[in-house]
Ligand binder design. Structure first.
Ligand code: FAD
Length: 468
């Protein structure tokens, strides 16, 4: 009857859970359906990986720091939350990025998109690759396309098209910021389907990325024009706070873990860590794959979720007085290939990249530690971690100044590694869930894109799925 109230429980209050809840609430209202929405979050606050710290006039991101401007889902959500005036772009004077090679910082040649050259001249002029490395890369223009056969590894594909030098010296360190992974173990289709598309449609990765670049530039929204990354002036937590407010009618349970799921005649019981039992007609699981596997294992087969490995990382943010820092930045930072043998994988010159992040007389740096083959560094005790990072910034940039303060963030098991065959496996899992567990749906960064805009897009899709 029209009086029926759907009881919906969302497990996980990261961006996936919150955006799902937001679109669920909105869509239910639009359809005139009554829903009782409960969001269960283990941590004492919402946001998941998103975690902005305001300290002494700095805006410090301890998790993600920005998002890809060309991805519409997050721009739409920002507009819907009334936050479009809060968006801010990277400093136009800091567009340069550097890559370390043989212990020196080399400017990334203009036109490099995700590590793939889309302008030939600056690429040829770059000091990052040897002549043979460059020639090997350009072979992509003439090498025949491989007939499409399911999935392959991202690293294998890049190597096959443009060679090992680009893979190790450019692509891996650049893409490490997104996956911290071994490119040879990541799924091409699940990470950069546009690469596979390029080969299929244009017979060449370089030609495809050139065409892609033109098309995205033409289609860019007003906000995105000319900007690769955007964030919010008050940090990414701005969006989390706005979602929390927009969901004020929902029952928001913070600081309590969903311990177990039980199937009932009408739906499900979500058993919380404090013993409370929430009865639900529908359940949406938005937690990381390993946590979702624990919840679903008693009810269905979860081998696909268990196949997703998570990498741990840490980052060290350091604030300095500008007058004692001893270096002027002309870019946004640098990335470090594994072969350089440092602890850090990248260093963002945050105060230069994001002008809103720091007072004018201060400098803010953010150094990243840990990747799939280095799971030791993120576990170093604080003093050793700081010492390792300071040694690296001394050796790479000559920085010896004493920081005003240091903030360490450890993100344990935080970066999902989509394995080769991931998309097919996730389809199989969802088909099984649909059959075995009606009214239950599962989404989040483990599925179809780790970026914040991808999580929001998936959250919106999950909301539609749940109301079906
Ligand atoms: P999460 O944020 O992990 O949220 C899941 C939530 O579920 C958590 O709050 C957790 O506490 C809760 N939970 C878990 N188990 C339970 C349980 N049993 N019961 C109740 N609650 C539970 N993306 C970008 O777009 N740009 C970036 O710059 C960027 N940088 C990144 C940097 C780092 C270091 C990391 C780790 C990720 C970065 N990402 C970035 C990716 C992006 O931040 C994540 O993919 C995204 O935030 C994941 O959102 P989610 O809601 O799917 O998962």
């Amino acid at each position: 009857s029209a009086e029926t109230i759907d009881r919906i429980v969302i497990i996980g209050g990261g961006i996936s859970g919150l955006s799902s809840a937001f679109y669920l609430q909105r869509e239910a209202e639009r359809q005139g359906r009554q829903v009782r929405l409960t969001i269960v979050e283990e941590a004492p606050s919402f946001g998941g990986k998103i975690n902005t710290l305001q300290r002494d006039g700095f805006v410090i991101e301890k998790g993600p720091d920005s998002f890809l401007a060309r991805k519409q889902a997050i721009i739409d959500l920002a507009n819907e939350l009334g936050l479009s005036d809060e968006l801010t772009a990277t400093n136009p004077g800091a567009k340069k990025t550097y890559i370390m090679h043989n212990k020196k910082l080399h400017a990334m040649p203009p036109g490099l998109v995700l590590g793939i050259p889309t302008e030939i001249k600056p690429f040829i002029g770059s000091s990052l690759l040897s002549l043979s490395g460059k020639l090997r890369a350009l072979m992509d223009l003439v090498l025949p396309a491989k007939p499409a056969v399911g999935d392959e590894s991202l690293g294998g594909f890049i190597e096959r098209r443009v060679g090992t030098q680009i893979m190790r010296r450019i692509a891996e360190p650049l893409l490490a910021g997104i996956y911290a992974g071994d490119l040879k173990k990541l799924s091409l289709k699940a990470t950069f389907p546009q690469f596979a598309e390029s080969e299929r449609k244009h017979g060449s990765l370089i030609r495809g990325m050139m065409a892609n670049r033109k098309a995205t530039a033409a289609a860019a929204s007003a906000k995105a024009k000319g900007n690769t990354f955007l964030t919010f002036k008050g940090g990414l937590s701005t969006m989390v706070r706005a979602l929390d407010q927009a969901l004020s009618k929902a029952d928001r349970r913070l600081g309590v873990k969903a311990e177990r799921l039980e199937k009932t005649t009408e739906g499900y019981t979500v058993v919380l860590a404090d013993g409370e039992r929430l009865e639900a007609d529908r359940v949406l699981v938005t937690v990381p794959a390993f946590a979702a596997a624990k919840l679903l294992e008693p009810l269905t087969d979860v081998e696909e979720l268990k196949a997703i490995r998570y990498v741990s990382v840490a980052n060290v943010v350091m604030a300095f007085e500008k007058k004692t820092f001893g270096l002027d930045f002309d870019g946004s930072g640098f990335v470090v290939p594994r072969s350089e043998g440092l602890h850090i994988t990248a260093c963002t010159w945050t105060s230069s990249k994001w002008l809103h992040s720091s007072p004018e007389d201060k400098v803010l740096l953010r150094c990243y530690v840990g990747h799939s083959e280095d799971q030791e560094s993120p576990k170093l005790p604080d003093d050793q971690l700081i010492a390792a990072v300071r040694k690296d910034i001394r050796e790479t940039m000559g920085i010896t100044a004493e920081p005003i303060f240091t903030e360490i963030t450890r993100l344990e098991s935080s970066m999902p590694q989509y394995p080769v065959g991931h998309i097919d496996r996730m389809h199989a899992l969802r088909a099984r869930v649909k059959k075995d567990l009606p009214g239950l749906w599962i989404t989040g960064a483990a599925f179809d894109g780790v970026g914040l805009p991808d999580c929001i897009r998936q959250g919106k899709e999950a909301a539609a799925e749940l109301l079906r």
